[in-house]
Design a protein around this ligand. Structure first.
Ligand code: TNX
Length: 459
């Protein structure tokens, strides 16, 4: 490939053409728009949603797709295929016709246990699009910190955002910051799903407003890692005014179709209260016009708004109680997002001796385990069409920097991405490790940290 490459676009592919140009420049090539190109990008193919056709031959690189997103994913394949031979960059001759199995291919980042800057979040977005993930779920609130500015409730951020796990201060996103993240994500065909975790995981809010507590007494801020001790006051009118304000503002700030209201591990909310609360809170969330999403525990409620999406976070081997909760979402006309903790919780240790991470989900999660599972086998009774997609969460009790985020995510997030993108018949693990080895070179070149996990012969 010449050091100075020409990119030919049509009106529909001009924007992604610019992205390609900046990607190539970052590798040291000079790239410019031109009407006869080494790269020819064409919007208007008949590929399925998000699909693309990439042809690399003697006469250059041709990429076509039926959507800008498809072109963008094709460019990510180019990003993965580019190799430096001595002085020059090259691409192998190939023909790839590709489209995703699932429309929802997510990563979740917990910015509540530890806070991460706007720049960190943008970087993680650039990291995950390499693997064609198209959703970033932000876990914005938890016991240890409230991370999003809400007008009319200034203490949530003035007080409730001042802590994180282990001390050292916290942080929050102003509404402007959040808009910036969402816009950056959109420029990379990533949809942000905001989560306000309710009614448990709310100590930071309860500490900020005494009147949200049943006894009108604010608890202290919390910097530990226990779960399940906090609950909003289910019978107070103010609780629902709070929800209307918070969910209303977050929905307005979010262009994407989803609004996540948590619902997990509400161990200190009595069952009857939980059911009452979820019925009301999910109604308020739905009234914003968004599709409501909740962790699978919300399936205890038979009063979910039609179409509510459930996020299953139990194990890959069917767990009857969790599966039953999950099926309740299907009965309410919704779909499922699969996040089986023992396979794609990126906060699990790689092995017993890993310095970072937790270890509760059936022991450490090796790369092999992250890869060897099949979505259709997780929730008995859920068919292909019942699955919206899969998501790899990264909880951050033990994670304090973007380098640590990347180390926990890569390479296991590639397993999640592969399962989310490719058809049911996937390469055997041995072949997949070859792909990971190549991915390792790309990560290295881009300065993305990764775990040189055992069992793969990294370059
Ligand atoms: C369970 S998964 C949680 C989180 C923790 C995580 C740690 C889920 C819905 N809740 O509160 O951070 O385990 O792995």
């Amino acid at each position: 490939m010449p050091d100075s490459v020409r990119i030919q676009t049509d009106p529909g592919s001009a924007a992604v053409g610019e992205y390609l140009a900046s990607m190539l420049s970052a590798l040291g090539m000079s790239a410019a728009a031109n009407d006869s190109g080494d790269f020819r990008l064409h919007l208007g193919g008949s590929q399925p949603a998000e699909g693309y056709l990439l042809r690399v031959s003697e006469s250059g690189v041709e990429l076509e797709a039926g959507s800008e997103a498809g072109l963008f994913w094709g460019i990510q394949s180019i990003r993965q295929l580019l190799k430096k031979d001595g002085e020059h960059w090259s691409l192998p001759q190939t023909r790839i016709e590709d489209y995703p199995r699932f429309s929802y291919r997510g990563a979740m980042l917990d910015v509540a246990r530890h806070f991460f800057s706007v720049a960190d979040v943008k970087r993680y977005i650039d990291d995950i699009v390499l693997l064609k993930l198209n959703v970033l779920h932000l876990h914005l609130t938890d016991d240890q910190g409230w991370r999003i500015e809400i007008e009319g409730w200034p203490n949530l951020t003035e007080h409730g955002a001042s802590t994180q796990v282990g001390g050292g201060g916290g942080g929050y996103y102003t509404q402007g910051d959040y808009r910036e993240i969402v816009a950056y994500a959109a420029s990379r065909f990533v949809t942000v799903v905001p989560e306000i975790d309710l009614p448990g995981h709310t100590n930071a809010a309860l500490a900020s407003y005494p009147e949200l507590n049943c006894d009108d007494k604010a608890p202290a801020l919390y910097e530990g890692i226990e779960v399940g001790f906090s609950s909003l006051c289910v019978d107070k009118k103010l609780t629902y005014k709070f929800l209307e304000d918070v969910l209303g503002q977050v929905a307005t700030l979010t262009p994407g179709p989803w609004l996540h209201i948590g619902g997990d591990e509400a161990h200190s909310t009595p069952e009857a209260d939980y059911l009452k609360f979820i019925a009301r809170a999910s109604k308020i969330a739905a009234s914003t016009g968004k599709t409501v999403v909740g962790w699978h525990e919300m399936g205890k409620s038979a009063e979910l708004p039609t179409g509510t999406v459930g996020q299953y976070w139990s194990y890959t081997t069917p767990r009857e109680d969790a599966a039953e909760r999950a099926r309740q979402f299907l009965a309410s006309g919704g779909k499922l997002i699969l996040s089986p903790a023992n396979a794609i919780y990126l906060d699990m240790k790689y092995e017993e001796s890993s310095p970072l991470g937790l270890n509760w989900a059936d022991g450490p999660t090796s790369v092999r385990r992250s890869y060897e599972w099949e979505p259709l086998e997780v929730v008995p009774g859920a068919a292909e069409g019942d699955l919206l997609g899969i998501e790899a969460p990264l909880w951050t009790e033990t994670i304090t920097s973007i380098s640590e985020i990347e180390t926990m995510a890569f390479p296991r997030i590639a397993s999640a991405a592969q399962i989310a993108w490719s058809s049911k018949t996937r390469p055997e693990f041995a072949e997949f490790t070859e792909q990971l080895r190549n991915l390792g070179s790309v990560l290295e070149r881009e300065g993305i940290k990764f775990e040189r996990a055992a069992g793969i012969s990294w370059h």
